[in-house]
Ligand binder design. Structure first.
Ligand code: FES
Length: 83
């Protein structure tokens, strides 16, 4: 199924790109922009983004690496103790 009409990106290509990126770097945070880049394309109108994100979320390998979880919470707590 074609997800992005502007760039003719299919759901299979999105899944393959996410799996490839996770295999290549287990600690990376995968974004739609990185998926476009991995596929050698650039988003145009952005109209596909909700469906594009939905397809990314279906990938088992998309999750944020355990060592990067909760960083925002930690930063907020650190700020409370400054000054
Ligand atoms: S439909 Fe994907 S960028 Fe336009």
């Amino acid at each position: 199924m074609i997800v992005c009409q502007c760039c003719a990106i299919s759901d299979r290509e999105i899944h393959a790109a996410v799996d490839w990126m996770r295999t290549a770097d287990p600690d990376t945070i995968i974004t739609p922009g990185k998926v476009y880049h991995a596929l050698g394309k650039r988003a145009d109108c952005g109209g596909c983004m909700p469906q594009f994100l939905a397809q990314m979320e279906k990938c088992d390998t998309l999750g944020v690496p355990m060592n990067l979880r909760g960083l925002n919470r930690m930063k907020r707590r650190d700020r409370m103790h400054e000054g």
